[in-house]
Ligand binder design. Structure first.
Ligand SMILES: *Cc1c(COP(=O)(O)O)cnc(C)c1O
Length: 387
Protein backbone atom coordinates (compact mmCIF):
# COMPACT_ATOMS: atom_id res chain seq x y z
CA UNK A 1 0.00 0.00 0.00
CA UNK A 2 2.61 2.51 1.04
CA UNK A 3 4.87 1.35 -1.75
CA UNK A 4 2.12 1.75 -4.35
CA UNK A 5 1.52 5.32 -3.25
CA UNK A 6 5.23 6.14 -3.35
CA UNK A 7 5.46 4.70 -6.87
CA UNK A 8 2.49 6.77 -8.01
CA UNK A 9 3.91 9.95 -6.53
CA UNK A 10 7.36 9.33 -7.99
CA UNK A 11 5.76 8.78 -11.41
CA UNK A 12 3.89 12.08 -11.04
CA UNK A 13 7.12 13.90 -10.17
CA UNK A 14 8.75 12.36 -13.25
CA UNK A 15 5.78 13.23 -15.46
CA UNK A 16 6.14 16.88 -14.39
CA UNK A 17 9.81 16.78 -15.31
CA UNK A 18 10.71 17.56 -11.68
CA UNK A 19 12.77 14.49 -10.75
CA UNK A 20 15.94 15.65 -8.99
CA UNK A 21 19.20 13.85 -9.64
CA UNK A 22 22.42 14.04 -7.70
CA UNK A 23 25.66 14.45 -9.60
CA UNK A 24 28.72 12.69 -8.27
CA UNK A 25 31.67 15.05 -8.13
CA UNK A 26 35.17 13.70 -8.42
CA UNK A 27 37.08 16.78 -7.25
CA UNK A 28 36.96 18.99 -4.13
CA UNK A 29 34.47 21.86 -4.06
CA UNK A 30 35.68 24.66 -6.35
CA UNK A 31 35.07 26.34 -9.69
CA UNK A 32 36.76 23.47 -11.53
CA UNK A 33 34.43 20.57 -10.90
CA UNK A 34 34.63 17.08 -12.33
CA UNK A 35 31.08 15.91 -12.93
CA UNK A 36 30.41 12.38 -14.12
CA UNK A 37 34.02 12.28 -15.30
CA UNK A 38 33.74 15.55 -17.20
CA UNK A 39 35.46 18.83 -16.25
CA UNK A 40 32.95 21.66 -15.73
CA UNK A 41 33.30 25.30 -14.71
CA UNK A 42 30.84 25.49 -11.82
CA UNK A 43 28.72 28.45 -10.68
CA UNK A 44 26.77 26.39 -8.19
CA UNK A 45 28.19 26.40 -4.69
CA UNK A 46 27.67 28.55 -1.60
CA UNK A 47 31.43 28.55 -1.03
CA UNK A 48 31.43 32.32 -1.51
CA UNK A 49 34.95 32.95 -0.28
CA UNK A 50 36.53 29.86 -1.83
CA UNK A 51 37.40 28.32 1.55
CA UNK A 52 35.83 24.84 1.22
CA UNK A 53 39.06 23.37 -0.15
CA UNK A 54 41.48 25.84 1.44
CA UNK A 55 44.65 23.88 2.33
CA UNK A 56 45.17 25.59 5.70
CA UNK A 57 41.59 24.83 6.77
CA UNK A 58 41.87 21.23 5.57
CA UNK A 59 45.13 20.95 7.49
CA UNK A 60 43.53 22.41 10.64
CA UNK A 61 40.83 19.77 10.34
CA UNK A 62 43.39 16.98 9.90
CA UNK A 63 45.45 18.28 12.81
CA UNK A 64 42.26 18.59 14.88
CA UNK A 65 41.37 14.97 14.14
CA UNK A 66 44.85 13.80 15.17
CA UNK A 67 44.69 15.81 18.42
CA UNK A 68 41.00 15.32 19.33
CA UNK A 69 39.94 12.18 17.46
CA UNK A 70 37.24 11.70 14.88
CA UNK A 71 34.07 11.97 16.93
CA UNK A 72 32.74 13.85 19.93
CA UNK A 73 31.08 10.74 21.36
CA UNK A 74 28.02 12.38 22.91
CA UNK A 75 25.71 15.36 22.86
CA UNK A 76 27.03 18.68 24.17
CA UNK A 77 25.14 18.43 27.46
CA UNK A 78 26.40 14.94 28.24
CA UNK A 79 30.13 14.79 27.43
CA UNK A 80 30.51 15.86 23.80
CA UNK A 81 31.42 19.52 24.43
CA UNK A 82 35.17 19.53 23.86
CA UNK A 83 37.64 22.41 24.23
CA UNK A 84 37.60 23.29 20.49
CA UNK A 85 33.77 23.58 20.59
CA UNK A 86 34.02 25.99 23.52
CA UNK A 87 36.78 28.02 21.88
CA UNK A 88 34.73 28.28 18.69
CA UNK A 89 31.71 29.65 20.58
CA UNK A 90 33.89 32.27 22.26
CA UNK A 91 35.56 33.27 19.00
CA UNK A 92 32.20 33.56 17.24
CA UNK A 93 30.92 35.80 20.04
CA UNK A 94 33.95 38.07 19.79
CA UNK A 95 33.64 38.14 15.99
CA UNK A 96 29.91 38.93 15.82
CA UNK A 97 29.93 41.26 18.85
CA UNK A 98 27.17 39.33 20.67
CA UNK A 99 27.65 38.36 24.33
CA UNK A 100 27.34 34.65 23.64
CA UNK A 101 26.92 32.08 20.87
CA UNK A 102 25.91 28.45 20.57
CA UNK A 103 27.00 26.13 17.75
CA UNK A 104 24.82 23.58 15.97
CA UNK A 105 25.54 20.73 13.56
CA UNK A 106 23.69 22.48 10.72
CA UNK A 107 21.80 25.68 10.02
CA UNK A 108 18.62 23.68 9.59
CA UNK A 109 18.94 22.43 13.17
CA UNK A 110 19.82 25.91 14.43
CA UNK A 111 16.63 27.37 12.95
CA UNK A 112 14.59 24.48 14.33
CA UNK A 113 16.12 25.31 17.72
CA UNK A 114 15.49 29.03 17.80
CA UNK A 115 11.90 29.56 16.68
CA UNK A 116 9.99 26.73 18.41
CA UNK A 117 12.06 27.06 21.59
CA UNK A 118 11.22 30.74 21.95
CA UNK A 119 7.69 30.72 20.56
CA UNK A 120 4.74 28.75 21.86
CA UNK A 121 1.32 29.45 23.33
CA UNK A 122 0.90 33.19 23.76
CA UNK A 123 3.43 34.17 21.13
CA UNK A 124 3.04 35.27 17.56
CA UNK A 125 5.60 34.68 14.82
CA UNK A 126 5.84 36.98 11.78
CA UNK A 127 7.72 35.54 8.82
CA UNK A 128 8.69 36.75 5.34
CA UNK A 129 7.03 34.58 2.68
CA UNK A 130 10.34 33.90 0.93
CA UNK A 131 12.12 32.64 4.05
CA UNK A 132 14.28 29.52 3.77
CA UNK A 133 12.57 26.13 4.13
CA UNK A 134 14.24 25.56 7.51
CA UNK A 135 12.63 28.73 8.92
CA UNK A 136 9.28 27.74 7.43
CA UNK A 137 9.53 24.36 9.16
CA UNK A 138 10.64 26.08 12.36
CA UNK A 139 7.49 28.24 12.30
CA UNK A 140 5.35 25.12 11.71
CA UNK A 141 6.82 23.59 14.86
CA UNK A 142 6.09 26.77 16.82
CA UNK A 143 2.52 26.66 15.52
CA UNK A 144 2.15 23.06 16.65
CA UNK A 145 2.98 24.35 20.15
CA UNK A 146 0.23 26.92 19.99
CA UNK A 147 2.00 29.98 18.58
CA UNK A 148 0.10 32.26 16.25
CA UNK A 149 1.77 32.60 12.85
CA UNK A 150 1.65 35.31 10.21
CA UNK A 151 3.41 35.49 6.85
CA UNK A 152 3.98 38.81 5.13
CA UNK A 153 4.68 39.28 1.42
CA UNK A 154 8.40 39.44 0.64
CA UNK A 155 9.95 42.54 2.27
CA UNK A 156 6.48 44.12 2.65
CA UNK A 157 7.00 46.01 5.88
CA UNK A 158 3.69 47.89 5.65
CA UNK A 159 1.83 44.56 5.84
CA UNK A 160 4.14 43.37 8.61
CA UNK A 161 3.41 46.55 10.57
CA UNK A 162 -0.35 45.99 10.23
CA UNK A 163 0.03 42.38 11.36
CA UNK A 164 2.13 43.42 14.37
CA UNK A 165 -0.39 46.09 15.31
CA UNK A 166 -3.37 43.73 14.96
CA UNK A 167 -1.90 40.84 16.95
CA UNK A 168 -2.86 40.62 20.60
CA UNK A 169 -0.18 38.05 21.40
CA UNK A 170 1.86 38.83 24.51
CA UNK A 171 5.16 38.03 22.78
CA UNK A 172 6.07 38.77 19.16
CA UNK A 173 8.93 37.40 17.09
CA UNK A 174 9.87 38.54 13.57
CA UNK A 175 11.74 35.90 11.61
CA UNK A 176 13.60 36.64 8.37
CA UNK A 177 16.41 35.68 6.05
CA UNK A 178 18.95 38.52 5.80
CA UNK A 179 19.86 37.58 2.21
CA UNK A 180 17.19 35.61 0.34
CA UNK A 181 18.60 32.48 -1.19
CA UNK A 182 16.75 32.49 -4.52
CA UNK A 183 16.77 36.26 -5.19
CA UNK A 184 20.03 37.30 -3.56
CA UNK A 185 18.45 40.48 -2.19
CA UNK A 186 18.90 41.91 1.31
CA UNK A 187 15.96 42.47 3.61
CA UNK A 188 15.70 46.03 5.03
CA UNK A 189 17.15 45.13 8.43
CA UNK A 190 17.23 48.66 9.95
CA UNK A 191 13.51 49.12 9.27
CA UNK A 192 12.75 45.62 10.60
CA UNK A 193 14.70 46.36 13.76
CA UNK A 194 12.81 49.64 14.16
CA UNK A 195 9.50 47.73 13.91
CA UNK A 196 10.78 45.18 16.42
CA UNK A 197 11.56 48.01 18.88
CA UNK A 198 8.24 49.75 18.31
CA UNK A 199 6.20 46.59 18.86
CA UNK A 200 8.46 45.19 21.57
CA UNK A 201 9.20 42.18 19.36
CA UNK A 202 12.31 40.04 18.99
CA UNK A 203 14.04 39.81 15.62
CA UNK A 204 15.51 36.51 14.43
CA UNK A 205 17.89 37.00 11.49
CA UNK A 206 19.09 34.08 9.36
CA UNK A 207 22.36 35.27 7.84
CA UNK A 208 23.28 32.08 6.00
CA UNK A 209 24.38 34.00 2.91
CA UNK A 210 25.74 37.15 4.53
CA UNK A 211 28.05 35.75 7.21
CA UNK A 212 31.66 35.95 6.00
CA UNK A 213 30.71 38.00 2.96
CA UNK A 214 28.97 41.20 4.08
CA UNK A 215 29.95 43.74 6.72
CA UNK A 216 33.30 44.76 8.13
CA UNK A 217 35.71 41.80 8.07
CA UNK A 218 32.80 39.63 6.91
CA UNK A 219 30.84 39.99 10.15
CA UNK A 220 27.61 39.68 8.22
CA UNK A 221 24.43 41.47 7.23
CA UNK A 222 23.73 43.14 10.60
CA UNK A 223 27.16 44.76 10.59
CA UNK A 224 26.66 45.68 6.91
CA UNK A 225 23.49 47.56 7.98
CA UNK A 226 25.16 49.17 11.00
CA UNK A 227 23.06 47.28 13.55
CA UNK A 228 25.04 46.34 16.67
CA UNK A 229 24.24 43.37 18.90
CA UNK A 230 21.06 43.92 20.87
CA UNK A 231 19.17 41.80 23.42
CA UNK A 232 16.12 41.59 21.15
CA UNK A 233 18.13 40.24 18.19
CA UNK A 234 19.10 36.61 17.60
CA UNK A 235 21.51 36.05 14.74
CA UNK A 236 21.85 32.68 13.01
CA UNK A 237 24.86 32.15 10.78
CA UNK A 238 25.81 29.04 8.85
CA UNK A 239 29.36 27.72 8.75
CA UNK A 240 29.08 25.51 5.66
CA UNK A 241 28.70 28.35 3.15
CA UNK A 242 31.18 31.25 3.13
CA UNK A 243 33.02 29.69 6.09
CA UNK A 244 33.63 26.64 3.91
CA UNK A 245 33.24 23.92 6.54
CA UNK A 246 30.02 22.77 8.23
CA UNK A 247 27.66 23.73 11.02
CA UNK A 248 25.99 26.89 12.24
CA UNK A 249 25.74 29.20 15.23
CA UNK A 250 23.18 31.29 17.02
CA UNK A 251 24.36 34.52 18.62
CA UNK A 252 22.38 36.44 21.22
CA UNK A 253 22.14 37.68 24.77
CA UNK A 254 23.39 35.59 27.71
CA UNK A 255 19.83 34.79 28.71
CA UNK A 256 18.68 33.79 25.23
CA UNK A 257 21.65 31.46 24.69
CA UNK A 258 21.38 29.97 28.18
CA UNK A 259 17.70 29.25 27.51
CA UNK A 260 18.54 27.51 24.21
CA UNK A 261 21.13 25.34 25.99
CA UNK A 262 18.51 24.28 28.53
CA UNK A 263 15.57 23.87 26.17
CA UNK A 264 16.41 23.58 22.44
CA UNK A 265 15.66 20.00 21.43
CA UNK A 266 17.82 20.09 18.27
CA UNK A 267 20.75 21.12 20.48
CA UNK A 268 20.14 18.70 23.32
CA UNK A 269 19.17 15.49 21.53
CA UNK A 270 21.92 15.22 18.93
CA UNK A 271 25.59 14.25 18.94
CA UNK A 272 27.99 17.20 19.01
CA UNK A 273 29.80 17.80 15.70
CA UNK A 274 33.32 16.33 15.46
CA UNK A 275 35.80 18.53 17.35
CA UNK A 276 37.97 18.63 14.20
CA UNK A 277 35.16 20.58 12.51
CA UNK A 278 35.51 23.23 15.23
CA UNK A 279 39.30 23.25 14.69
CA UNK A 280 38.77 23.82 10.96
CA UNK A 281 36.30 26.61 11.71
CA UNK A 282 38.73 28.40 14.04
CA UNK A 283 41.16 28.57 11.11
CA UNK A 284 38.37 29.59 8.76
CA UNK A 285 37.43 32.49 11.07
CA UNK A 286 41.03 33.77 10.93
CA UNK A 287 40.93 33.68 7.15
CA UNK A 288 37.49 35.33 6.99
CA UNK A 289 38.55 38.14 9.32
CA UNK A 290 41.68 38.78 7.26
CA UNK A 291 39.80 38.25 4.01
CA UNK A 292 39.11 41.78 2.73
CA UNK A 293 40.97 40.92 -0.49
CA UNK A 294 38.77 37.91 -1.09
CA UNK A 295 35.64 39.99 -0.51
CA UNK A 296 36.92 42.77 -2.80
CA UNK A 297 37.62 40.20 -5.52
CA UNK A 298 34.11 38.75 -5.13
CA UNK A 299 32.61 42.25 -5.37
CA UNK A 300 34.60 42.88 -8.56
CA UNK A 301 33.34 39.60 -10.05
CA UNK A 302 29.72 40.54 -9.20
CA UNK A 303 30.14 43.88 -10.99
CA UNK A 304 31.86 42.19 -13.95
CA UNK A 305 28.93 39.78 -14.33
CA UNK A 306 26.31 42.54 -14.01
CA UNK A 307 28.08 44.71 -16.62
CA UNK A 308 28.68 41.74 -18.91
CA UNK A 309 25.06 40.59 -18.94
CA UNK A 310 23.50 44.03 -19.41
CA UNK A 311 21.23 44.23 -22.44
CA UNK A 312 20.45 40.51 -22.68
CA UNK A 313 16.82 39.36 -23.09
CA UNK A 314 16.97 37.85 -19.59
CA UNK A 315 16.90 39.95 -16.47
CA UNK A 316 19.51 39.73 -13.75
CA UNK A 317 17.73 40.44 -10.44
CA UNK A 318 19.14 43.47 -8.59
CA UNK A 319 21.23 41.50 -6.08
CA UNK A 320 24.28 42.97 -4.34
CA UNK A 321 25.39 39.51 -3.21
CA UNK A 322 27.19 36.49 -4.67
CA UNK A 323 23.78 35.03 -5.59
CA UNK A 324 23.02 36.41 -9.06
CA UNK A 325 19.72 35.08 -10.42
CA UNK A 326 19.12 35.43 -14.17
CA UNK A 327 15.35 35.27 -14.68
CA UNK A 328 14.47 33.43 -17.89
CA UNK A 329 10.71 33.00 -17.32
CA UNK A 330 9.44 29.66 -18.64
CA UNK A 331 10.46 26.36 -17.04
CA UNK A 332 11.49 24.74 -20.31
CA UNK A 333 13.42 27.84 -21.42
CA UNK A 334 15.39 27.91 -18.18
CA UNK A 335 16.16 24.19 -18.44
CA UNK A 336 17.21 24.52 -22.08
CA UNK A 337 19.51 27.42 -21.28
CA UNK A 338 21.08 25.50 -18.40
CA UNK A 339 21.57 22.50 -20.71
CA UNK A 340 23.09 24.63 -23.48
CA UNK A 341 25.58 26.03 -20.96
CA UNK A 342 26.38 22.50 -19.78
CA UNK A 343 27.19 21.51 -23.35
CA UNK A 344 29.74 24.32 -23.29
CA UNK A 345 31.24 23.00 -20.03
CA UNK A 346 29.50 25.54 -17.78
CA UNK A 347 27.45 24.38 -14.80
CA UNK A 348 24.71 26.79 -13.76
CA UNK A 349 21.58 25.27 -12.20
CA UNK A 350 18.08 26.13 -13.38
CA UNK A 351 15.67 26.85 -10.51
CA UNK A 352 12.00 26.30 -11.27
CA UNK A 353 8.66 26.58 -9.48
CA UNK A 354 7.67 25.67 -6.84
CA UNK A 355 11.07 26.76 -5.48
CA UNK A 356 10.48 30.18 -7.14
CA UNK A 357 7.18 31.83 -8.24
CA UNK A 358 5.55 30.68 -11.48
CA UNK A 359 6.88 32.42 -14.59
CA UNK A 360 10.19 33.30 -12.93
CA UNK A 361 12.25 30.18 -13.64
CA UNK A 362 15.85 31.25 -13.53
CA UNK A 363 19.50 30.38 -13.67
CA UNK A 364 20.97 30.75 -10.22
CA UNK A 365 24.50 31.95 -10.79
CA UNK A 366 26.62 31.64 -7.64
CA UNK A 367 29.89 33.49 -7.66
CA UNK A 368 32.84 32.73 -5.42
CA UNK A 369 36.11 34.46 -4.64
CA UNK A 370 37.65 31.24 -6.03
CA UNK A 371 36.47 32.24 -9.53
CA UNK A 372 38.89 34.15 -11.71
CA UNK A 373 37.94 37.04 -13.97
CA UNK A 374 38.46 34.71 -16.95
CA UNK A 375 35.90 32.26 -15.53
CA UNK A 376 33.23 34.96 -15.35
CA UNK A 377 34.18 36.14 -18.85
CA UNK A 378 33.64 32.62 -20.13
CA UNK A 379 30.13 32.55 -18.62
CA UNK A 380 29.29 35.99 -19.99
CA UNK A 381 30.54 34.98 -23.46
CA UNK A 382 28.47 31.81 -23.51
CA UNK A 383 25.29 33.57 -22.35
CA UNK A 384 25.68 36.35 -24.92
CA UNK A 385 26.18 33.76 -27.66
CA UNK A 386 23.09 31.81 -26.55
CA UNK A 387 20.97 34.98 -26.42
C1 LIG B 1 21.58 26.93 3.76
C2 LIG B 1 20.62 27.68 4.57
C3 LIG B 1 20.20 27.18 5.81
C4 LIG B 1 20.59 25.83 6.32
O1 LIG B 1 21.92 25.78 6.68
P1 LIG B 1 22.66 24.35 6.66
O2 LIG B 1 23.85 24.56 7.50
O3 LIG B 1 22.97 24.08 5.23
O4 LIG B 1 21.70 23.36 7.24
C5 LIG B 1 19.37 27.98 6.57
N1 LIG B 1 18.94 29.16 6.12
C6 LIG B 1 19.29 29.65 4.92
C7 LIG B 1 18.78 30.99 4.48
C8 LIG B 1 20.13 28.91 4.09
O5 LIG B 1 20.47 29.38 2.90
Amino acid sequence: MIEDRLKTELAAIAADGLTRRRRVLAAPCGPHAVVDGRPMLAFTSNDYLGLAAHPEIAEAMAEGARRWGAGSGASHLVSGHLAPHQELEERLAAFTGFPRTLTFSTGYLANLAVVPTLAGRGSAVFADKLNHASLIDAVQLAKAQGAESHRYPHNDLATLERQLAASEAAEKIIVTDAVFSMDGDLTPLPELFELAERFDAWLVVDDAHGFGVLGRHGRGALDHCGIPAHPRILLMGTLGKAAGVSGAFVAGSDIAIEYLIQRARTYIFTTAAPPAVACALLKSLDIIAAGDDRRAHLTALIRQLQDGLAGLPWQLLPSPTAIQPLVVGGNEDALRLSQALAERGLWVPAIRPPTVPKGTARLRISLSAAHREADVDQLIGALRELA
